[in-house]
Design a protein around this ligand. Structure first.
Ligand code: C5P
Length: 222
């Protein structure tokens, strides 16, 4: 039906930050609010898709009509994404921590008077977008984000190639975006670029969902 063009499709969306433990009470994270990823999940569900939203810790209401899988770390997020496959669509909007603590302590680290601060050895986290893009069960359409402060389109094109995804939503973050309600994005594909006006994140979600529906429509029609 026209109002549910993504009926029968499964969409996987990542959202929010990840939290990487230092010890049982401390972690490394970032300022991602999850607003954009959650808005995309909601918009895809609104077009009839079955949506699995894999989210790090956020203080947002659970989006209605979406399967929410809560995770903390990047490794958990990757495992949850792989467990959700097969999917027709993957949108990676999470701000995955690039690094985790190589050897997280199992007991709270104690501060001892006169002792130097402990060193933190970091290990590289898996790249979820790149992994899904090259997966044996790769979703047909894989979309990533790029936050850039300069050469926004060029950097997005390079990221598209490096990650192996189909589209990059390139975000101009020269103005503050984390936690803000609006986004200025460019949809960068292999064949071209669409410049979108500055829009509320909810509207970016709806536009992206509509573009995805178009893509499946044209790809399916003779
Ligand atoms: O490499 P960079 O972090 O700039 O790439 C951003 C894109 O890659 C976003 O779509 C983000 O969700 C995704 N990403 C990921 N796993 C990582 C790092 C980034 O899925 N470990």
């Amino acid at each position: 039906p026209a109002d549910t063009p993504l009926a029968g499709r499964h969409a996987l969306v990542t959202s929010g930050p990840t939290q990487e433990p230092i010890d049982p009470v401390r972690y490394i994270s970032n300022r991602s609010s999850g607003q954009q990823g959650h808005a995309i999940a909601l918009a895809l569900a609104g077009l009839g898709a079955r949506v699995t939203l894999v989210s790090g810790p956020v203080s947002l209401p659970d989006p209605a009509g979406v399967n929410l899988v809560r995770v903390e770390t990047a490794e958990q997020m990757l495992a949850a994404c792989e467990a959700a496959l097969p999917a027709d669509i993957a949108v990676c909007a999470a701000a995955v921590a690039d690094w985790r603590v190589a050897h997280a302590a199992t007991q709270k680290m104690k501060k001892k008077p006169g002792e130097a601060p402990p060193p933190l050895e970091l290990a590289l986290n898996p790249d979820i977008l790149a992994t899904l893009s090259r997966h044996a069960r790769r979703p047909r359409l894989v979309v990533g984000f790029a936050a850039e402060t300069e050469h926004v389109i060029d950097h997005a094109r390079q990221k598209l190639a490096r990650k192996g995804c189909d589209w990059i939503l390139a975000n101009d973050v020269s103005a503050d975006v984390f936690g803000a309600a609006e986004n200025t994005v460019h949809l960068v594909g292999r064949d071209g670029v669409e410049d979108w006006p500055k829009l509320p994140k909810t509207e970016v979600g709806r536009r992206l969902a509509a573009r995805i529906a178009d893509e499946f429509q044209t790809a399916t029609d003779p």
